[in-house]
Design a protein around this ligand. Structure first.
Ligand code: FES
Length: 112
């Protein structure tokens, strides 16, 4: 692993894997990294834990920060929520995310 770069795998809604190198020293979160990589992550609320458009499933066992109350509340209202659901905007890019594998959650067609 290069210094200040972590390797993250994002699986899109078609099941295609995207390997992304993400910088740990630029204050990005995972939603922003996905958007910068042109993955179909809306990030409608700009990372405020208010829209769930950045909902993803964590498939690796990286140590992640606990979900905040705001994130929990939003996930309570989101669709297709699983035990490993997280809002990617609430996951800052840190060394802990090296090797992370996440899958994008389906979009709720009724509001899309
Ligand atoms: Fe809105 Fe993550 S971007 S909840």
């Amino acid at each position: 692993m290069e210094e200040n770069i972590v390797s993250i795998t994002v699986i899109d809604r078609e099941g295609k894997e995207h390997k992304i190198d993400a910088p740990t020293d630029m204050n990005f979160n995972l939603m922003e990294i996905c958007k910068a990589s042109e993955l179909p992550v809306e990030g409608t609320c700009g990372g405020m834990a208010l829209c769930a458009s950045c909902h993803c499933y964590v498939q690796s066992d990286n140590a992640l920060p606990e979900a905040s109350d705001d994130e929990e509340d939003m996930l309570d209202q989101a669709f297709f929520v699983e035990d490993n659901s997280r809002l990617s905007c609430q996951l800052p890019i840190t060394n802990d995310l090296d090797g992370l594998i996440v899958k994008l959650a389906p979009v709720d067609e009724t509001v899309a």
